[in-house]
Design a protein around this ligand. Sequence first.
Ligand code: SF4
Length: 430
Amino acid sequence: MIRMETLVNAHTTPLLAALAAQFPRSPAAARLKAAVLFHGVRWDDCLGPAGEWAFPSHMPYQAQPGDTLYKGQSRFYIPQIAQLDDDTHFRIRVKRESPFVIRQGDGPRSFVLAEGDAAVCSLTFEPKHAWAEALSADGTPMRATGLVQHGDMLVANVAPGCEYFVVPKAGVAQRTENLSCQFCLYGVPDQRMDALGQKLFEARVPERTLDRVSEACGHPETHARHLYLVGGSMLDMAAEGERYVQIARRLAEAGLADRYYIACGSGAIERRHMLELKDAGVRGACFNLEVWDPKQFERVCPGKARTVGRDRWLQSLEEAVDVFGRGNVMSAFVGGAELDGEGAMTSAEEAHESNVACGEHLIPRGIVPVYSIFWKLTGKERGVEPLYSLENFLRLNESHAAMRAAYSAKTNPDFFCRRCAYMEMEPDYD
Ligand code: SF4
């Protein structure tokens, strides 16, 4: 078996060697993770059978010309998350031009990551846990209760439809406009809402939906430590706060606040609702601003900008530090979104300076910004990541890690750790 030391001690493969020379302040595993997040892995036939026992990708993989069909099928699930020996986790995406490939190793659940033909390290995949195959008391598959898992984090999304996709147009009956965040696919109001009983512009979640998701979270074999509450945004900030309070109270009744570190991943909400969430056992908050630069925030996140506004969003994050305490507040950003699309910044340097300014503003205030690498998932160029993304991502992570260390504001592993950060790298640096 190829051990992790292979990765730590050898920087002989061309891409990883170049990154080691350029980013010496980054841990070797973080450089590798960033590189594989950016480049993905080439198709290999081992991914089909592994998709049977591993935690599956969000969407089935569509076999491309030249791929071997799996059991005669052209659409099937592949693993979602790779796990290295040192607990580094990263999300898997198949990209045909990648220098990386994952191949079968010596054992049935043992695999090798290679750059070109040179082995880099051994890995396995995050397995499917028993809860994902179980049924709730009323016969609903637990994986259809709004619950997914990222490493050791359960993510409960019982109201996935985001109202920013269908904002009523002022003065025009029956007409809506799309003010969703430019990079977003997962908030589209669709059939998931029917199964969960979600109605747009209604805060309350059906009790039976909460019963089912509570039951799924309570399954003895989740192997999770964190429970993160998310959902589509609402146009009414107060209504969104009420929705999360309802959810948190139901989870607390089921005893889940004792078992998990529960965090609220809503949009910006009012202080009174944060206090009610805290009373219900919620311990952390993560209100995602997505893009730091004010002009780019308005362009990339028009719904957030118009319905809440950047200043109110930042105020809400500071209030969250008052309520939940330092170490318990984060805000997620999409590194590189400010460089994509019409009206984007035109220089990677400008984007870097903006994201450094983000850290300089938030970190001393007890708010940890967490960046995911920008994946181009929408538009004609989807799947083709802008070239600057990888270097920018590592450069940004080095800058923010230094700031977190200087302000004693490292990521709180109760909230966010190496086993759940599969698109972000802050815990890998801290
Ligand atoms: S707020 Fe933005 S990122 Fe979140 S679900 Fe809505 S459109 Fe998507």
